[in-house]
Design a protein around this ligand. Structure first.
Ligand SMILES: NC(=O)c1ccc[n+]([C@@H]2O[C@H](COP(=O)([O-])OP(=O)(O)OC[C@H]3O[C@@H](n4cnc5c(N)ncnc54)[C@H](O)[C@@H]3O)[C@@H](O)[C@H]2O)c1
Length: 278
C-alpha cells in the first residue's frame, strides 16, 4: 500500500483545494473588516495589521474610524478606514471597490459589524395586563445589519474576487452563542443562526473559485458593551459559563487566525464561548 501522495490523492482532478501547497498566510494578505471602530472589529483590524496584513475597515462611526486609523500608525500592515453602513447595498459595493483600490487587492472579508435590539417576542405588563410586542422596527434593524450586512459583504467580496481572479480568499463572519436561541433575542438569534447556515452553503458554492468560508460564535466577550455593565450583573452572567469568565477579543482573533491559516477549513462555525450551553 502506497501513501496517498504516491497515489496522487493529494491532487484530485477538479478539486480546487487538493493542493498541499500553503495557500493563505496572514502576513502580506489584504483584508476588509466591518464594524472596525470598536470592540472586536477594532481588535481584529489592529491585530491583522500587527501580524503583517493590510486592512481596510469600515464603520458608521466616523470619529471611531479616524481614531483606529491613528492607533494603527506604525504597525507592519497598512490600515485604511472607510465610513460605510453594511446594511446599504450601494455603500457595500463602493466599500469593496474602494478597499481593493486602496490595498491593491483583497484576500478576504471579516463580517463583524453587528447590533442588538433585545426584547421578548411578547411581554405582559404586570400592572395593566396589556400585551407588549417586539416591534417590527427592532426586528428589522437587527436583520438588516446582522444578516443582510453579512450577505452583502460576502456577496460583494466574492463577486470582486471572481471578477479580478483574486483567490485564494476567505469569508469570515461573526456569529454568536445566541445562534442556539437566546431568550429575549428573536431578531439577533435568527440573524446569528442564519450566518452559520450561509457560511456552510457558501463553502459549497464558492470552493470552485478558491474561496473558503468560516464563522466564529463568540460567547460573552469583553467589548465596550460588557465594560459598561455593573460588576454584579457581569458576575451573574458568567456564573453558568464553565470557565467562569468572559472571553477576550484576542481569543476570538485566534479563531480568525486559524480559519485564515488552515487551507483545509471551510463551511464551519467555531464556538469560542468558554463552554457555555444556552
Ligand atoms: N461582545 C460580545 O459579547 C459578543 C458576543 C457574541 C457575538 N458578538 C458579535 O461580535 C461582533 C462585534 O461585537 P462587539 O461586541 O465588538 O460590538 P461593538 O458595539 O463594540 O462594535 C460593533 C461595531 O460595529 C459598528 N456598526 C454597527 N452597525 C453598523 C453598520 N450598519 N455598518 C457598519 N458598522 C456598524 C458599530 O459602530 C461598532 O463600531 C458583532 O457582530 C456582535 O454581534 C459579540
Amino acid at each position: 500500500m502506497g501513501s496517498w501522495r504516491e497515489h496522487g490523492m493529494d491532487r484530485l482532478p477538479g478539486n480546487p483545494s487538493s493542493s498541499t501547497e500553503k495557500l493563505m498566510d496572514i502576513q502580506g494578505s489584504k483584508f476588509i473588516v466591518t464594524g472596525g471602530a470598536s470592540g472586536m472589529g477594532r481588535h481584529f483590524t489592529l491585530s491583522l495589521a500587527r501580524d503583517g496584513a493590510d486592512v481596510a475597515f469600515c464603520d458608521m462611526n466616523e470619529e471611531g474610524v479616524r481614531a483606529v486609523e491613528a492607533e494603527a500608525k506604525g504597525l507592519p500592515g497598512k490600515v485604511v478606514g472607510f465610513v460605510a453602513n453594511v446594511a446599504v447595498e450601494g455603500q457595500v459595493e463602493k466599500l469593496i471597490a474602494d478597499a481593493a483600490a486602496a490595498l491593491g487587492g483583497l484576500n478576504g472579508i471579516v463580517n463583524n459589524a453587528g447590533i442588538i435590539r433585545d426584547g421578548l417576542l411578547v411581554k405582559v405588563d404586570k400592572e395593566t395586563g396589556a400585551v407588549q410586542k417586539l416591534s417590527l422596527a427592532k426586528w428589522q434593524q437587527v436583520i438588516d445589519v446582522n444578516l443582510t450586512g453579512v450577505f452583502l459583504g460576502a456577496r460583494e467580496y466574492a463577486a470582486w474576487a471572481i471578477a479580478n481572479k483574486g483567490g485564494p480568499g476567505v469569508i469570515i463572519s461573526i456569529s454568536s452563542i445566541s445562534r442556539h436561541g437566546n431568550m429575549g433575542q428573536s431578531n439577533y438569534s435568527a440573524a446569528k443562526a442564519g450566518i452559520v447556515s450561509m457560511t456552510k452553503l457558501w463553502a459549497g458554492e464558492l470552493a470552485r473559485y478558491g474561496i473558503r468560508t468560516g464563522c466564529i460564535a463568540p460567547g460573552f466577550t469583553r467589548t465596550p458593551i460588557l465594560e459598561g455593565m455593573p460588576p454584579a450583573m457581569l458576575e451573574k452572567m458568567v456564573q453558568p459559563v464553565p470557565l467562569k469568565r468572559v472571553g477576550e477579543p484576542e481569543e476570538m482573533y485566534k479563531a480568525i487566525k486559524f480559519i485564515i491559516d488552515n487551507d483545509y477549513f471551510t463551511g464551519r462555525c467555531i464556538d469560542v464561548d468558554g463552554g457555555l450551553v444556552l
